[in-house]
Write a protein that binds this ligand. Structure first.
Ligand code: 5GP
Length: 179
């Protein structure tokens, strides 16, 4: 285990098993369709590439990057798109792929935005969800794991750009971000 971690929350094996299950479910649900997988940079990249390889139907890749701004006094938040999709969304079956749903603000804004562009369908797959932290409602179609309210890193998730390459997910020691 990395010395900056308090504990490992999800092992490589647990993640692998769950991602396989999610892929099987998605394959069933999208039978006969082509999925436009929209990964949210950068945290979802590891999950995205593993998930894509478990899906047995035609898949197209695209990516977007956003940042959310919100204060405790302003629960609705504001989401800025830093990099938009390259693809035309109209008529497509979109699967948004996210690393973690926390307050829900990002996805609460993103999903209607893609629906408004005329997508045939928009669904959401997230590896992690922290239900205790939710401020706004988000419909999650495929959820890997519900986790407690703790700051996690690894398997794509970072703190200050670090730890993305860890093959497991762990809780970061508080002293690391209090430094
Ligand atoms: P929200 O659901 O609050 O709009 O934001 C979700 C985003 O917050 C995620 O995509 C991720 O970038 C960040 N985030 C939330 N919780 C965590 C966490 O425990 N660890 C890391 N590394 N990022 C998190």
């Amino acid at each position: 285990m990395h010395t900056d971690l308090q504990e490992i929350l999800l092992t490589e094996e647990q993640i692998h098993q769950r991602v396989q299950e999610m892929g099987r479910q998605i394959t069933k649900d999208y039978a006969g369709k082509t999925i436009l997988m929209c990964g949210i940079l950068k945290g979802a990249v590891t999950f995205f590439t593993d998930l894509a390889r478990t899906i047995d139907c035609p898949v197209l890749f695209d990516f977007m990057s956003c940042s959310s701004y919100g204060t405790s006094a302003q629960s609705s938040g504001f989401v800025k798109i830093r990099k938009d999709l390259d693809s035309e969304v109209k008529g497509k079956d979109i699967l948004i792929v996210e690393d973690i749903i926390d307050t829900g603000i990002t996805l609460n804004k993103l999903r209607p935005l893609l629906e408004d562009r005329g997508a045939n369908s928009v669904r959401l797959a997230t590896l992690l969800s922290k239900p205790e932290r939710r401020k706004v409602d988000v419909q999650v179609d495929y959820n890997g794991f519900e986790i407690p309210d703790a700051f996690v890193v690894g398997y794509g998730l970072d703190y200050a750009g670090r730890y993305r390459n860890l093959p497991y997910i762990g809780i970061l020691k508080k002293e690391v971000y209090a430094k």
